[in-house]
Design a protein around this ligand. Structure first.
Ligand SMILES: Cc1cc2nc3c(=O)[nH]c(=O)nc-3n(C[C@H](O)[C@H](O)[C@H](O)COP(=O)(O)OP(=O)(O)OC[C@H]3O[C@@H](n4cnc5c(N)ncnc54)[C@H](O)[C@@H]3O)c2cc1C
Length: 424
């Protein structure tokens, strides 16, 4: 039997390429991080939420062909950030118009005087080099600590790519004089299925796999025996595999291989990631926010980001209602989330940002996602590459965000499965 472990984007991408594979998934549904869930109000009205923001900006032809069979909503969003109790167009560095004169002078002075000859060797240095000391202290350090839950000096910069806009002095100056600035966000067009949530993009493929009995739910891989090529699951079942593709997080798959060399086990233990607390609210009314998603720099609010499912698709909410979901992060080495603290802080955030009052909430939900983002430290790439090479030499082909241990978007995760299935 040819086996795929995990029915997220990557596993579904692998099946899309080669339907001879059978998928074994620990949950009772497919989608992984791109899955959706529903929350009911007391009077049984249903609100749908994705797990975190999720919009598509793929340019890849294979993914477009697979995803775009569904009707989509298309947006050209200009996101905003909540910073020092006001809204700034995103990215803040070239949209400082609403800030005080003193803030702008300090930011501009340090932007001009930043050390441009520096050769940044860590994320802190990179941010200082790009934006200068003042913006680093006021904005980038607090926000990124909230998002990465890690000392920025200990982070590598291999993942940065085009994720941060790097304005020149004219753009910083311009954005401090006017709020009529061009949209410099890295993806201009965002897409989202009209129905089915973000998972709607792969629902058709999932249905085909389900209809021909190729997805097996409730199968938590627990033990992989490399010499006998068998996988044991927590439900007591055991299967024999010929080809094995895995979208499981590298630390999870290595834990399944009891006789992996100690160097590989140590590398797997060194891999860190962030987990996410998703705090979701449904409102009786349409709340006053035009942004599909926004960033939150202020540190009195625990969430780093929020998005509005009701603005992504009207199907996500009952008529006349709206919804929001906050993302709060912790590192895999950090303290567990406290659901009560998270919930109360998000209600505080709603009020502070003048979005809604507690009495407007008619549905609420707290849940966590264990694997969110990879934390890149100096040795992360090297340790992950070493594990991947060892797995491949033993006939296990890792795919997806947590198999490749990389900052992959959903289309890249899908493609990594698709491409791996075509070469194994
Ligand atoms: C906060 C956030 C926002 C994002 N926003 C966007 C966006 O706007 N646009 C975009 O394109 N991408 C976005 N992404 C990226 C996208 O979510 C990922 O690239 C993609 O979902 C990863 O899919 P995957 O299949 O690799 O992993 P997963 O979705 O994690 O799938 C792995 C599967 O394996 C299963 N599994 C785990 N352990 C076992 C086990 N022991 N046995 C059997 N099965 C197991 C899991 O249940 C899961 O279904 C975002 C990611 C995050 C964290």
């Amino acid at each position: 039997m040819n086996v795929i472990l995990g029915a997220g984007m990557a596993g579904i991408g692998a099946f899309y390429r080669d339907g001879s594979f059978e998928i074994f998934e620990k949950e009772d549904h497919a989608g992984g991080l791109c899955g959706r869930f529903s929350v009911k109000s007391d009077d049984d009205r249903i609100f749908y939420f994705d797990k975190a923001v999720h919009l598509s900006f793929t340019e890849d032809p294979v993914v477009k062909e697979a995803f775009f069979k569904v009707k989509q909503n298309i947006y050209n969003p200009v996101p905003h950030s909540w910073f020092k109790d006001t809204w700034l167009q995103h990215p803040a560095q070239n949209n400082l118009f609403p800030m005080t004169a003193e803030f702008k002078v300090n930011a501009l002075k340090d932007f001009i005087n930043r050390n441009q000859n520096d050769d940044p060797s860590n994320f802190k240095q990179w941010l200082l080099f790009q934006y200068g000391q003042y913006l680093y202290d006021e904005l980038f350090e607090p926000y990124n600590k909230k998002y990465w839950c890690t000392d920025l000096e200990e982070m590598d910069i291999c993942w940065v790519g085009n994720r941060f806009y790097r304005p020149n002095i004219e753009e910083v100056l311009y954005g401090s004089y006017t709020d009529k600035t061009p949209n410099t966000y890295y993806a201009k067009e965002m897409r989202y299925p009209e129905i089915g949530g973000y998972r709607g993009y792969i629902d058709g493929i999932i249905s085909i796999a389900e209809n021909i009995g190729k997805i097996h739910y409730g199968y938590v891989a627990d033990n992989i025996d490399l010499s006998n090529k068998t996988i044991s699951f927590k439900n007591g079942e055991r299967i024999k595999y010929d080809k094995l593709i895995s979208s499981l997080p590298l630390p999870v798959v290595i834990k399944c291989i009891k006789d992996a060399p100690s160097e590989i086990k140590n590398n797997a233990e060194s891999l860190e990631y962030t987990s996410i607390a998703l705090v979701s609210f449904g409102f009786e009314k349409v709340i006053n926010c035009k942004d599909i998603w926004f960033y939150i720099y202020d540190t009195d609010i625990l969430a780093a980001r929020a998005y509005l499912p009701s603005l992504k698709s009207s199907e996500n909410v009952p008529e006349g209602c709206s919804s929001i979901q906050f993302e709060i992060y912790r590192s895999s080495n950090g303290k567990p989330f406290d659901p009560v603290v998270c919930m109360q802080n998000c209600i505080y955030a709603l009020k502070k940002m003048n979005l809604a009052d507690e009495r407007d909430i008619i549905a609420k939900d707290f849940r966590t996602v264990e694997y969110g983002n990879i934390i890149f430290r100096k040795d992360t790439r090297q340790n992950a590459a070493c594990i991947i090479k060892w797995l491949e030499s033993n006939g296990i082909y890792p795919i997806g965000r947590f198999g490749k241990w990389d900052y992959l978007w959903s289309d890249q995760s899908f493609l990594s499965g698709y491409e791996t299935a075509s070469v194994t």
